[in-house]
Design a binder for this molecule. Structure first.
Ligand SMILES: [Zn+2]
Length: 122
């Protein structure tokens, strides 16, 4: 699956990414698009609602060390069956993550990312 980058019109590739939610829970296997040219990241539209529900679930159950997004998303389960490679979360990608979270409208998570960025700047 590929799509065109909204920034530079190059090809974006689908991959599975690890997200860190509220500094305590690793959400593995989140499908995202990445542009090989400008490094623009985008959440796959089909899983946006699944991710929102997954976050609601995390708020209800409290802290967990790691979960797989595949438990919350049929689309992701399908992807996992055909894909074993993963790219691990990089601290330099906090700003990308911030933009992603902004598109989800999760202000609490946004605030937490800003706090984390502040700490790493000190
Ligand atoms: Zn691009």
């Amino acid at each position: 699956m590929e799509k065109q980058c909204t920034r530079c019109n190059h090809v974006m590739h689908l991959y599975l990414r690890k997200l860190v939610y509220m500094n305590h829970t690793q959400i593995e296997h989140v499908p995202m698009y990445r542009c090989c040219y400008c490094e623009h990241h985008e959440l796959v539209e089909q899983v946006k609602e699944d991710l929102k529900q997954c976050l609601q679930h995390l708020r209800m159950v409290g802290e967990q060390r790691a979960i797989s997004f595949a438990e919350h998303s049929a689309f992701t389960r399908m992807m996992l069956e055909g894909c074993t490679s993963e790219i691990s979360f990089d601290v330099d990608e906090w700003l990308d993550l911030y933009l992603l979270v902004q598109s989800l409208g999760d202000t609490l998570w946004q605030y937490q990312i800003i706090e984390t960025l502040r700490r790493t700047q000190q």
